[in-house]
Design a protein around this ligand. Structure first.
Ligand code: SF4
Length: 166
């Protein structure tokens, strides 16, 4: 796994299921026939029309990029706040990637159907948490075997369900 790079996708899954991080990183494919194919279904369940409008920067993809009061704002538009913690951490990862390339930005998560928005700032507390997650991902991926399955509320929608629980 010397080629492994942490991406926003791994950050997202780390906040949901650490075992899934290992399975994805080790190329263990989920059941493609599974109607709940998690990778697709969850991301599409939470994101709007990404395919046509998203803005890409290195490993980051944003739905929104604007300037407000002289500040660069990048953001994501979500259908629901169900996976809000994963969304927050993923956006923080993107802010860090921008910062590493000398671009200072703040983030915003938008939930139009819930008439909600949340500002995301890469402050010291978030930075620490993000660093811990990145290290956590690297540690998991470096292991020879995946973490044992832990029943969680996402298992029902996960395409690895049979693999983990059969
Ligand atoms: S079925 Fe549950 S434990 Fe297994 S990878 Fe999916 S979310 Fe994780």
């Amino acid at each position: 796994m010397s080629e492994f790079n942490v991406s926003g996708t791994y950050i997202w899954y780390y906040c949901i299921c650490k075992r899934e991080v290992w399975l994805l990183a080790h190329g263990i494919e989920a059941d493609q026939q599974d109607e709940n194919m998690q990778m697709g279904s969850v991301i599409h369940e939470t994101a709007y029309g990404r395919e046509s409008k998203e803005i890409e920067f290195k490993h980051s993809k944003f739905d929104v990029m604007s300037k407000e009061n002289g500040k660069l704002i990048v953001g994501e538009i979500k259908k629901s706040s169900r996976y809000i913690d994963s969304s927050r951490m993923q956006l923080l990862f993107y802010l860090k990637e921008l910062e590493d390339n000398d671009i200072v930005a703040e983030g915003v998560l938008l939930f139009p159907e819930e008439k909600k928005r949340e500002s995301i700032v890469l402050d010291s507390e978030n930075r620490k948490r993000l660093e811990a997650i990145i290290e956590g991902i690297k540690g998991i991926v470096a292991e020879e075997y995946p973490p044992a399955p832990l029943q969680n509320k996402y298992c029902k929608k996960c395409a690895y369900g049979e693999f983990c629980w059969a």
